[in-house]
Write a protein that binds this ligand. Sequence first.
Ligand code: ADP
Length: 455
Amino acid sequence: MAALPRALRALGADARLLLPAYPAIREALEIRGEVARFQDLMGGGPARILRAEAPGLPLYLLDQPTFFNHPGSPYGHPENLPQRFAALCWTAAHLGRVGDSEGWRPTVLHGHDWPAGLMPAYVAYGGEPRPATLMTIHNIAFQGRFPASLLDDLWLPSRAFTPEGVEFEGDIGFLKAGLTLADRLSTVSPSYAREIQQDGGHGLERLLTHRNGTLRGILNGVDHLIWNPAKDPHLFSHYDLKHPARRAPNRSYFQRRLGLQEDSNAPIFATVSRLDVLKGLDLVLDNVEHLVARGAQLALLGQGEPLLETAFRQAAQRYSGRVATFIGYDEALAHKTFAAADVILVPSRQEPCGLTQLYAQVYGAIPLVRRTGGLADTVVGVSPETLADDTATGFQFDEANGWVLGEAINRALNLFSDPSTWRQVQRRGMLANFSWEGPARAYLELYTAIPEKGV
Ligand code: ADP
């Protein structure tokens, strides 16, 4: 959400971002002043919209201390969730209808995931003028469902509580509301757009099939301001396509840092991930012994499901020096991992777009992915044909089981023993264009295709 509006602005659109005024966000930005004030929002008390500025990106911050005054990470505060994000959605609709005190009014509102799901509802039930609305699904597994008794508290009219409105199986469904009421829908890859209409829609398949004509798949990009191995401040040694040999010091640095043996011949397999059943990391656990037996090393950076955390910790204890586990969220270590690993494992059961396989390619690690969602759309699997026409960028497997992943690992290990072909695949990945310009053009086309009503 930092990169897309900047890319849209580079194409001439006046894109701006609306975010909750979490303390960390507020401190990081230059605040320009107040552009709206409300006596109360969703029962949380007084609120205001601040105009803020990040380099090259104008923002609006919803300042509502009851809802958003969480120091540190914004996640992990379950209280007032529906009121909090309803307030954000209502504010977006207000900006779209009335504009700010400086006379700026967006003609298109673009909401992302369930926290933004009620935005099209407030637009739909709020009268004219009606800005055009687009709802993007980043992960349909998270839907924001809350009890119907909150209808009044969330400033929704009773007529909104129907299957054509915000009602979902007797609850208020935030994402469902957005998917029903937005003018256009999108998700973050063409394959995921298909899968969520088939059996990957977590209960929303029929709705999405019904709205098929308005649904597009647009891949995410890579923010090259943050992900660039030639300039990345987190790396031990900078490198690029012209200086690939300068990548190697990152490997030994990483091995030392994680307590892995400094073995320059051992292929390093790594994963940077939330530990969640949909990420398929149990398949990696099934292959720990296999990797170690074949002389490889394995590093995991992640946090989440306690059972998976424990299992990876135990694997690191059992194979000390060959397997390393870092439980936690560490942005700097993530960068170091992509710069050091030979293979990035992404065995997801479902993956809307996936970013780690993109970062892997930009950083010269070869992704090994399950052929699903955005992983299928952004990795070209190694085969005799793709090697011959020099399009291969990674390894793919289909069935979500440990044995099939093990076969793909074997293919990766075989290629690793052929350094010149390995370098060919690595180079092709580093050459791939994952910039935000293409996705931004696709979104801009979508925005301009939606008619605005009542203006
Ligand atoms: P998802 O959004 O489902 O978690 P993505 O692959 O789309 O999966 O994006 C995950 C992002 O979070 C990537 O940028 C990845 O590097 C980062 N990430 C995941 N786990 C960690 C972690 N433990 N420490 C640092 N970064 C992480």
